[in-house]
Design a protein around this ligand. Structure first.
Ligand SMILES: [Zn+2]
Length: 265
């Protein structure tokens, strides 16, 4: 039970994961609070089973300035070039890697395209956002990294639109062999969607003034505290709409095989 959890319908912010419960750099400050939003796609930990995108994350995109469809029912942007927000994938790697992994990146790109009409600043290029995707191999705890490498913002940094980004993932955790397991395939699908969420700006571009408060350590060793909170109006509205009976309904968070608390996601 998170004591910061608000009563139904009265939240003034959406809790962001801080340096609590073992989360450190790379996880803290870049995701929704795991203890509250467990199975949501943009929490720091991959969950067994479903990792669904909530309207809170769509609301965050809306707060960044993207024009969105909250139901995610848009058709693929490739069917409407020149008008809809396009995400293209530039995959580099071996041919064997490409055959195994590229389809997951393409699926995830079209997944997000179903939610986004346009960005805050431009729309209608043949490719609004290009994501450079690759797989690396490392027998380490690092699952991968992702984020925007170029984008547009305004003077006050209240809006953001990604134009280029990278997603690099460790094939130590997701091998071509392991992806034949449907459970691992579902987990990889969620992972790629999650990483592209970071490229779009979720957890990587917080609008100016959106994080504040008291409550959690400001680092793993710090005795000072902050409560990381996103106050974007659209995300907060969607959060309030999902709170019933003082709880956000989500299954218990579980580690997937091969994951660890310290794995970046
Ligand atoms: Zn992440």
């Amino acid at each position: 039970m998170n004591t910061n959890q608000p009563s139904a319908g009265v939240a003034s912010y959406v809790p962001v994961q801080g340096y609590s419960n073992g989360f450190g750099a790379g996880s803290a400050m870049g995701h929704w609070d795991e203890s509250i939003f467990g199975s949501e796609l943009m929490t720091p930990r991959l969950n067994a089973g479903a990792n669904n995108l909530s309207s809170i994350s769509v609301g965050l995109l809306n707060d960044l300035g993207y024009n969105v469809d909250y139901s995610g029912s848009l058709s693929g942007a490739s069917s409407d070039p020149g008008r809809r927000f396009n995400i293209s994938i530039s995959f580099s790697g071996t041919e064997a890697n490409r055959q195994t992994f590229e389809s997951y990146f393409l699926e995830a790109a079209s997944f997000w395209e179903r939610y986004i009409y346009s960005g805050a600043f431009t729309n209608g290029d043949s490719s609004d956002l290009t994501i450079y995707a690759s797989m690396f191999y490392s027998e380490s705890l690092v699952l991968g990294s992702a984020g925007p490498t170029a984008g547009l913002t305004n003077t006050n940094r209240t809006a953001f639109q990604a134009s280029e980004g990278v997603v690099n993932l460790n094939s130590y955790y997701y091998t071509p062999e392991s992806l034949r397991d449907p459970t691992r395939s579902v987990a990889f699908t969620a992972t790629i969607r999650h990483e592209i969420g970071h490229v779009l700006g979720i957890g990587t571009f917080w609008p100016n003034g959106s994080l504040y408060g008291v409550g959690e350590p400001t680092s793993t060793s710090s005795s000072t505290f902050a409560d990381y909170a996103f106050i974007g109006a659209n995300a907060v509205r969607e959060y309030n709409a999902l709170i019933t009976d003082n709880t956000y309904s989500a299954p218990t968070s579980l580690l997937a095989p091969g994951e660890s608390n310290t794995a970046l996601r």
